[in-house]
Design a protein around this ligand. Structure first.
Ligand code: ATP
Ligand code: SF4
Ligand code: MG
Length: 348
């Protein structure tokens, strides 16, 4: 069976200056790669968390997958069907996004019922005579009273609005739900309720869930697998408990060490993230984490590490992820690690 998500080399570039000025100066087009050659393979029904510091490209990856950000390079197949940025309505329905701020995307002058019914009609999801009933069922699915069909968004609490945001995504009967910081703006108790709802929906509807969050505790709770991003790249991709127990990329280790309640064991060389995140405008040579890495060697400054691992479920992009780590205090000119037995997640 093909994976539900099979993305290879996904790249999204944004222009960050004047193209004509660059031509006059005989310089290349001024672009940054917000995501840079990302590979992501996800099996149907999985729950994958995506984490990383602000600006690392999490939302851009989400938008690329749902067709809201045009790809500069790479391919994306959904259950074997190649999808570009221009999608048919049928293709659009298959992968839907739940945003951080549902208020921003709910029309304040329409009741919840009007919003849901319009969506169902535009996408021709059910026969006209069933639209009203289906709108009610959608509210029940997200555990809201059907009476809220007559309510305007301003009458709803933040948690209720987010449930409506989820109902709206589910109205199109997607196979994949991409939740981008969907609980970040909510109180902790409301967050827990929404997370439980997402888990329940995933199981009951057989959804595949991509869950983007700054909050590692939340990601640990909801995900079977975690993808860690740094400056537009995937740097670690592991089963959740493996990653939290034994992070293999120094950036992941530092992220976890920065979240003190995670109960992660520190190893020699792990430091919490103190320095500023790097900038897409000046990507470091070799490993892009090297200016912040406590165990960087000469090799790291020269050669970009590939995303490799000993099994299909264990990948990290660090020269020393699966070998003996250099000591932080050791001479910084270490030799090349033996990576002969490691495999790439996908073969292009
Ligand atoms: N439309 C755009 N034009 C130019 N640059 C952009 C655009 N959208 C995003 N970027 C840049 O791309 C990079 C990745 O942004 P993105 O929003 O994907 O990050 P993120 O990981 O979701 O961050 P956050 O955690 O703050 O939401 C950032 O440097 C951002 O400034
Ligand atoms: S490749 Fe080198 S700089 Fe990059 S994370 Fe690994 S040890 Fe640090
Ligand atoms: Mg974002």
């Amino acid at each position: 069976m093909s994976p539900i998500i099979d993305a290879r080399g996904l790249t999204v570039s944004y222009r960050v200056g004047s193209a004509s000025l660059a031509r006059l100066r005989r310089r290349p087009d001024p672009v940054v790669h917000a995501i840079d050659e990302i590979d992501l393979v996800v099996e149907r029904g999985a729950s994958v968390g995506i984490v990383g510091e602000s600006g690392c490209g999490k939302s851009t990856l989400a938008k690329a997958l749902v067709g809201l950000a045009p790809l500069s390079a790479g391919t994306f197949a959904l259950d074997g069907e190649q999808l570009g940025t221009r999608r048919t309505p049928q293709q659009t329905r298959r992968i839907q996004m739940v945003f951080q701020d549902p208020s921003a995307s709910l029309n304040p002058s329409m009741t919840i019922g009007q919003t849901l019914r319009e969506l169902l009609r535009v996408h021709d999801m059910v026969p006209a005579e069933q639209v009203h009933q289906r709108a009610g069922e959608l509210l029940e699915l997200v555990e809201l009273p059907v009476s809220l069909l007559n309510a305007y968004p301003r009458r709803l609490s933040g948690g209720q609005r987010q449930r409506v945001g989820i109902a709206r995504a589910l109205a199109l009967e997607p196979e994949v739900l991409v939740a981008d910081e969907s609980v970040a703006a909510l109180d902790v108790s409301v967050q827990a309720a929404i997370l439980n709802l997402l888990q329940k929906l995933r199981t009951e509807l057989g959804l595949t869930l991509l869950f983007i969050s700054h909050d590692l505790a939340v990601v640990r709770h909801i995900s079977d697998r975690v993808v860690v991003m740094y400056l537009g790249k995937v740097v670690e991709d592991r089963l959740t408990e493996d990653l939290f127990r034994d992070p293999r990329h120094p950036y992941t280790a530092a992220l976890l060490a920065s979240a003190p309640r995670m109960g992660v064991e520190r190893r020699s060389g792990d430091t919490a993230l103190g320095s500023e995140p790097g900038s897409l405008h000046s990507i470091p040579s070799g490993c892009r984490f090297h200016p912040r890495c406590p165990i960087a060697q000469d090799l790291c400054r020269e050669t970009e590490p590939a995303l490799l691992g000993p099994t299909a479920a264990q990948h990290a992009a660090c020269h020393f992820a699966w070998t003996n780590r250099p000591d932080e205090s050791a001479h910084r000119g270490g030799g090349e690690p033996d990576q002969g037995r490691l495999v790439r997640m996908v073969t292009r």
